[in-house]
Structures are given as structure tokens and as C-alpha cells.
Write a protein that binds this ligand. Structure first.
Ligand SMILES: [Zn+2]
Length: 853
């Protein structure tokens, strides 16, 4: 009997796996318009039979829009880094399509308290943004989008008509086109005709870096707020153009889990998110539960996953009168996988995602007025929230770094935050009119502004799924001030002016000086060196006449002596001007090398800068996002190329063509340590961040010592088993902001103007200060926490520790950076430290970094 049942089960599985057509997924009570192409007619396979590639996905979305113009309009939001279109379907009734722009405008007025009171929401459609697979290797979402698009375009009947009349659907089939393409290629190329379900098989074990990330190996589901990446920027234009009421975010989790939908853990919701948001999330949750019950799927809620960091797709909407919903489906990864819940088929994972899109839309229709009213009320109350809050506004801007100031202002404007010029009456010299801006908290985006500017120290819970603080002005290293009293503002900034620069003093036959403070100064330095110019850097302060007046110059000022160049003074002038304009730098022409104070331009205190020839170790074991941040910094921001070497390639090739080697957090079991050490000894600059610092010390390449955090429990304590997650979790370093003290005279600190630099720490690399008093240019004092949550034990370990230690190894240098200076590409306050390591690591005086002294 057992055998017969087993055989039957196998047969059942076989049938279910091999022959699912649309009937397996679609509700059977509905009729469909035969004029609408089914997915297979366009993509050449059934949904779930193969992983959908992004190009076929787009083909299908285009076909749907062409076949159902009354319901579906296709928009291209923009292109991903790899030039894949980010398509958006706008799906609603024919009647709504005829008035779409008017519907949009009226809807957006709900978020404008000056217009929203008089709006009649009785017949106003609700706007739902449906989004899929921001992690490209969590592909059931994007694959389910084929079904949802077909269903929404083709389903007939009264229920469907009602849905389309009452809902405008912004349908985003793939949040991360490049990641989806990469993953689908992997999953498909390893699929067997007879499905292999063994999780050990290659199909389920993607090669590094995997399809989770975008082109630069970034997690796009951390980028909704900073919007560093083109995919986020394109998408946000549509988010703000429509101000949806609900935004869904379809993900996958571990294969042994079931299905998760929000609400999550109440104590792990960001306090800026209103309670009513969570109430509505729970009301919508009843619809997901009912729909999943109907198809027999297991699920869980109110556990795991926090709703704290506003850079995540399901949390970002929660601070803007919208409800973000996270869905997490257990992943089959490939096409069929053995799990602790039995065999998990790819089609089964797709079905749950499809069904919860239907439940979302059904809930949106049923709760339409409540969601619309909530949105109106959320923005209406912005003024009273502003009145009740002690901070009334902010002023921000770095007069020494206009590009950074520009990028910060650009980020605010992208999120529809109103900013103003300083008023004529402005007195405080730290902020200069034209190089600084003001933002009032009394505006509709009040809560979002707080999410960007505030420091956080109070938490209801000590468990975090993501980072605990991100205070953006600290991350940017941007001077800012809270305004608590009454203040006046200058003109509203409509178009943000990109700062323009030219060489002060015109053409020189003697020398040019470039200030190093600006964000893009390293990009200019690299281009000048690449063009074969001789460039020196000031290791001393000096004062010199510029256009007849004395001017002070700081450590790190670049000096280009005209007579030492192979090019004529005319050519040098043209190159300098082009560089200054392109990278918006402060540069000066001088006619004499004689200074009024400090070192003359011919002094040996001006050190020759070498062009960096960079390699970074990438591949298995390396933290892909850390490496991606450096790739993005060098390539996108600085126009600097670097070779990415897999460990096996590193071991095989001649590495003497590189003078700079970068290793980020990760493990490096396969690197040839002797080869690496010999390269440093011969004069290389090895830049280490996070766990690579531990690795190099253990490998005997660098000489640094570590501190350890004490355990929060000792063996005499008796603890409850159920509390273990909370106690252990509290000791994680999820990410907080620390203020490091800086030796501004050290080459690694060139370009910094303040003695405190905010760094981001999300690891347990606690460095001892060097015994050499000159070798710890960045270090922590007794109370470095600026924003975020850190346990007492970890705090004790950080106290008086080092953030950066430099070692001399033979003729080379090892630069140990304990933290992540380039976090998520919005940590612009750390990029100067990193670029200094790249350009000036090799000018650090050997004796100042020798550890045995
Ligand atoms: Zn995910």
C-alpha cells in the first residue's frame, strides 16, 4: 500500500512539475479575452517552465500593452546600467485611461494639504504600485508578473470591471532588470530535462556575485531613499508622479520557509511610521491570508523582518502616507528543490506571488476610501507634526565641497523636498549663500525630512534586519545645523544649479594649485596623471599670492609646475581648465614659487604623486556589496579603472604591474600570502577594509592588534532558551555611525576640514591603536557613537580604538581601515579617506608607519 501511495505521489509530482499550464495558476471561475496573448505565445515557454529572462519579459509586457490598449499603457521609465528598459504598465479601466492625467493630478493633490481638503474621494480610484524581484535571484516575483499582467489584461466579468474602475495599477514587472537577466541565465543553463532537486547541484548554487545585485553589485532594496543608482532614480520619478497608496515588494526567503507577508514585528517598526499605517497593513493582511488559505498555502506574519530602514522598498512608502508591503516567498532558486517542507517547485512559488497580487488588489478595492483618507490625513497632519517638533528646519552645505553639497540637495529634491537659498540677511559664516541651502520641516514631506536628517538613539527593540542609523548629513560629511527658533529663508530652489568653476588667475607659465577638498578632485588628479603631467601634493600648509592677494592653502593641495611638463604652457592651461570645469574644482594660477608662509613650491615638502595602477580582489568569499561600492566609486564617480582579480588569477599572474591593491571585507582562503607580502615589501600599497584587516594580520602581512567585545552573559547565569535570539542578536553590529577624530596633517586626512569624521561601522573589527604615535590617523575617543544602536559590550570595545592604522612593510604600506568608508555609495564623507589611500598611501613617511618602534 505504501508503495502505491509513494508511486502515486511521484506521479502527482511529475504531472504537476511537467505540465502546468495557465490553469495551474489562474482562478478557474473567470473567463479570459481570447485576443490577449498568453505568455507562452510570446515567451515560447509556459510560466515556471523556464526562468523568464528580462528581454522576454519585456517582450511580453509590450505584447500585452499592444493587445489591450483599453486597459494597459506601457511606459519606459528609463534604462538600467546595462541598458535594459525599466518598463511600467499602467493598468486601469478604459474610462480611467481616457482621463488618466486628470486622475493622476487629482490623486497627487491628496498629498498637498493646501488642495486636499476639498477633494471628493467618493469615486476616486486608489493607486497601487505592484513591484517584483528587486533581488534578481528572487525570481518568482518577476515570473509571477507574467501571470498578473495576463490576468489584468484578459480577465472578464463584473468583478474585474469593478476592480479596474476603482484601481489604477502601476505595474513594475522587474525592479532589477540586470540582476534578473543574470540570474535567469544561470538557472536556465543548469536545468535538466529531468528536474534535479538536490540543493547541492550547481543549479541552486550561483557563482559570485549572483543575481541579487544590480550591475555594480549593489542591493537596490537599500537604495530607495538615497537613490544613488539609475534604476532607483528612474523608478522614483514615477513613484512621486503618482504617489501610490500601496506599494508591494515581492521577494524570496530561505527555501525551508513558507510565505511571509507584513505586518512584521511591531517593536521593529520605525517610530516615524504612523500607527494607522500598521493598522491598514494588518487589514490588507486579512486579504492575503484569505487568498492563500484558499489555495492551501502556509504563511507567517508578525515575526522576523523589520520595518525600520527607509531605504527598503517596503519601508520607504511608510513615511509618505503610503503602505509598503513586503512579501517573502520560500525560494526554489532553480526549478524544483528538496526542502524541509518536501519538494518545492518553481511554479508553486510563482503561484503564491501571483495570488498575493490579486489579494492586494482586492483589498485595495475594498479598503479604497480608507487608504485615500489615510493618505490625505497623513499629509494634512504634517503641519501639526511640524508644530509639535522642536527642530523647525535645517541649514546645510559645505563651502569647501560644492559637488557634495550639490548631491545632497539633489537627493532632497528627488524626494520632493522643498529647499531654499539662504536669505540676504544670513550672517553665519560657516554657511555661504549659493553654497548652502535651507529646508523647513513645515512642509508635506516633514516625516521624510526627519528620516533623512535625524540622529537616532532610542529603540524599542535591539534586533535589526538592516542598519540602525543612516543620518544623511553625517554620511555625506556635510556641515549642517538644526534650526530651533524662527528663521527666514531665501528663494525657493526650483532648478538646482550645478556649480561652475574656472581657474582663478587665468593662464600661468609657472604653476597651478588645485584644492583637494572637493569630492571630484581625485578624478581630476587621475586624469592629469594619465595624461602624463607631473603633479605634486603639498604635505605642508602654505600661503602664497594669487592675483595679487595672499591666500592660504591647506595640506593636500595639488601643485602642477608648468616648466616640468613635457607639454607647452598653452596645452597645460587648456588641460587644467578642462579638468576644473568638468570636476568643478577650485584652482588657481600662480606666477611665483615664493610663498608668504610655509614651504616654497620647490620644497621637498611637495611630494610627487604617482598614478595608481589598481587591482581589487573579487570573487568567491569577497563581500560583493563592499567590492561593488569601490567599483562604483572608482568607475562611476572618479572615472578610474581598476582590474578585478579572482584569487586564482591573482595567484597566477604577474602582479607587479599594479602599485595599489584593494581587499574588502570577506574571506580569502585561496590567496597566495607569500606573493602578496613580497609585493607589499617591494613597494606596493595594500588597502584593506573591514574583515580583510583581520585576514591580513592573521596572514602575517600586516601588523595590527585587535580588541574583543566581552560576552554579555557569563557561565554562572541561567538564561531562558527562548531569549537566546534576542540576547545574541543584540550583540550584532548591524551598522551605526561613529565619529572618528582625525589627524588633519596626515596624508590619509587630506581634504578634510573638520577634526571629526563620521564613519559607518557594521562589523566587529575593533582595532588597537598603533604603538607608533603617527600611525593611527583616524581613531575613536571615549564616546564616539553619533547615531544608531550598539550594545554596551561593543561600545566598550570601540572606545579608544583605532579606525585606521598604517603599517610599513618593507618599502610598501598597508592601510588598515576597520570600517566601511564607502557604505552604499552615499557615504561620501568617507570617500576622501579612501581616495587618499589610493593616491597618497605611498607618500606616507616610512618611519611614521613602522610598527616596531
Ligand atoms: Zn529579497
Amino acid at each position: 500500500m505504501k508503495k502505491i501511495i509513494a508511486a502515486f505521489c511521484l506521479l502527482f509530482v511529475f504531472v504537476k512539475m511537467q505540465s502546468q499550464d495557465l490553469n495551474y495558476f489562474l482562478p478557474d471561475s473567470v473567463t479570459y479575452n481570447p485576443a490577449i496573448p498568453k505568455p507562452k505565445e510570446v515567451i515560447y515557454h509556459e510560466v515556471g517552465e523556464w526562468h523568464i529572462t528580462h528581454d522576454r519579459l519585456v517582450n511580453y509586457m509590450k505584447a500585452i500593452a499592444a493587445a489591450a490598449p483599453d486597459r494597459v499603457k506601457l511606459e519606459t521609465m528609463g534604462l538600467s546600467y546595462e541598458s535594459r528598459p525599466q518598463v511600467l504598465l499602467i493598468i486601469t479601466s478604459k474610462k480611467n485611461h481616457a482621463n488618466l492625467e486628470q486622475i493622476r493630478q487629482q490623486h497627487v493633490q491628496l498629498t498637498d494639504p493646501s488642495q486636499s481638503a476639498s477633494l471628493n474621494i467618493e469615486n476616486m480610484p486608489i493607486v497601487v504600485y505592484v513591484g517584483h524581484s528587486i533581488h534578481g535571484n528572487e525570481a518568482s516575483g518577476a515570473n509571477a508578473s507574467l501571470l498578473s499582467a495576463y490576468y489584468l489584461a484578459a480577465a472578464q466579468g463584473k468583478q474585474m470591471d469593478e476592480l479596474l474602475d476603482n484601481v489604477v495599477i502601476l505595474f513594475d514587472p522587474s525592479f532589477n532588470p540586470d540582476g534578473l537577466q543574470r540570474f535567469s541565465t544561470w538557472a536556465n543553463q543548469h536545468k535538466s530535462k529531468n528536474l534535479v532537486s538536490d540543493p547541492n547541484s550547481r543549479e541552486f548554487n550561483e557563482v559570485w556575485p549572483g543575481g541579487r545585485f544590480n550591475h555594480y553589485w549593489f542591493d537596490l532594496n537599500r537604495d530607495w531613499l538615497p537613490a544613488v543608482h539609475v534604476e532607483s532614480q528612474n523608478r522614483l520619478k514615477w513613484f512621486h508622479a503618482w504617489k501610490p497608496n500601496i506599494l508591494t515588494d515581492h521577494h524570496e526567503q530561505g527555501s525551508n520557509a513558507t510565505f511571509f507577508f507584513q505586518p512584521g514585528v511591531p517593536s521593529r517598526v520605525n517610530p516615524l511610521t504612523p500607527e494607522k499605517n500598521q493598522e491598514l497593513t494588518a487589514k490588507l493582511g486579512k486579504f492575503h491570508a484569505a487568498f492563500l488559505d484558499r489555495i492551501g498555502s502556509l504563511y507567517f506574519t508578525k515575526e522576523a523582518y523589520d520595518d525600520f530602514y527607509y531605504g527598503k522598498g517596503s519601508t520607504f512608502p511608510d513615511v509618505q502616507g503610503c503602505i509598503g508591503i513586503l512579501f517573502e516567498q520560500a525560494s526554489s532558486r532553480g526549478h524544483l528543490q528538496e526542502t524541509s517542507n518536501g519538494l518545492l517547485s518553481f511554479p508553486a512559488t510563482i503561484k503564491n506571488q501571483f495570488v498575493t497580487t490579486l489579494s492586494t488588489l482586492e483589498g485595495a478595492k475594498a479598503l479604497r476610501k480608507e487608504f485615500l483618507e489615510f493618505q490625505r490625513e497623513f499629509y494634512r497632519q504634517a503641519a501639526s507634526r511640524a508644530a509639535a517638533y522642536n527642530v523647525k528646519g535645517y541649514v546645510f552645505g559645505d563651502k569647501n565641497d560644492l559637488a557634495k553639497t550639490f548631491h545632497f540637495a539633489e537627493m532632497l529634491k528627488r524626494q520632493q523636498i522643498e529647499i531654499h537659498q539662504l536669505p540676504e540677511s544670513w550672517k553665519d559664516a560657516e554657511f555661504e549663500k549659493g553654497n548652502a541651502y535651507m529646508v523647513s520641516l513645515n512642509q508635506p514631506q516633514h516625516s521624510l525630512i526627519r528620516a533623512i536628517f535625524e540622529k537616532t538613539f532610542d529603540y524599542k527593540d535591539s534586533l535589526f534586519y538592516d542598519i540602525t542609523a543612516w543620518t544623511f548629513p553625517l554620511a555625506f560629511g556635510l556641515p549642517y545645523r538644526e534650526l530651533t527658533g524662527p528663521f527666514t529663508m531665501g528663494d525657493k530652489v526650483n532648478e538646482l544649479p550645478m556649480p561652475k568653476r574656472k581657474v582663478e588667475g587665468g593662464k600661468s607659465d609657472y604653476a597651478y594649485l588645485i584644492e583637494w577638498n572637493e569630492l571630484y578632485a581625485p578624478a581630476a588628479l587621475n586624469e592629469l596623471l594619465k595624461a602624463g603631467l607631473i603633479v605634486k601634493v603639498a604635505t605642508n600648509k602654505f600661503e602664497i599670492n594669487v592675483a595679487g592677494a595672499n591666500k592660504k592653502f591647506d595640506y593636500g593641495t595639488l601643485m602642477i609646475p608648468v616648466s616640468l611638463q613635457k607639454e607647452t604652457s598653452e596645452t597645460v592651461a587648456v588641460m587644467l581648465n578642462a579638468m576644473v570645469e568638468k570636476y568643478r574644482l577650485k584652482a588657481y594660477a600662480v606666477s611665483s614659487g615664493y610663498v608668504n608662509a610655509g614651504s616654497d613650491l620647490g620644497s621637498s615638502r611637495f611630494a610627487v604623486v604617482q598614478q595608481p595602477k589598481i587591482a581589487m580582489i573579487t570573487g568567491p568569499g569577497v563581500n560583493a556589496t563592499d567590492a561593488g561600492e569601490i567599483w562604483h566609486l572608482l568607475d562611476q564617480r572618479m572615472n578610474i579603472t581598476a582590474s578585478h582579480l579572482e584569487p586564482a588569477v591573482f595567484n597566477r599572474v604577474d602582479i607587479n604591474k599594479y602599485n595599489t591593491l584593494i581587499m574588502v571585507g570577506g574571506s580569502y582562503p585561496d590567496i597566495n600570502k607569500d606573493k602578496l607580502k613580497a609585493w607589499v615589501q617591494a613597494g606596493g600599497t595594500l588597502i584593506l577594509t573591514e574583515e580583510a584587516v583581520n585576514w591580513a594580520a592573521q596572514a602575517g602581512i600586516s601588523d595590527v592588534k585587535f580588541k574583543r567585545a566581552k560576552s554579555p552573559v557569563d557561565s554562572t547565569q541561567k538564561l531562558t532558551y527562548v531569549d537566546r535570539v534576542q540576547i545574541d542578536g543584540a550583540q550584532q553590529m548591524n551598522g551605526a555611525i561613529l565619529g572618528a577624530e582625525v589627524d588633519l596633517t596626515h596624508p590619509l586626512a587630506y581634504g578634510y576640514n573638520q577634526k571629526a569624521v563620521s564613519l559607518f561601522k557594521s562589523n566587529k573589527v575593533f582595532l588597537e591603536k598603533s604603538k607608533n604615535p603617527y600611525a593611527t590617523p583616524f581613531y575613536y575617543g571615549t564616546d564616539p557613537l553619533q547615531s544608531g544602536w550598539i550594545s554596551k559590550e561593543n561600545k566598550d570595545a570601540i572606545k579608544n580604538s583605532a579606525a585606521v592604522v598604517v603599517n610599513t612593510v618593507g618599502s610598501g604600506r598597508v592601510i588598515n581601515i576597520a570600517d566601511n568608508p564607502n557604505f552604499r555609495a552615499f557615504w561620501l564623507g568617507g570617500s576622501k579617506l579612501f581616495m587618499n589611500a589610493v593616491f597618497f598611501g605611498r607618500i606616507i613617511d616610512a618611519a611614521s608607519a613602522r610598527s616596531e618602534e
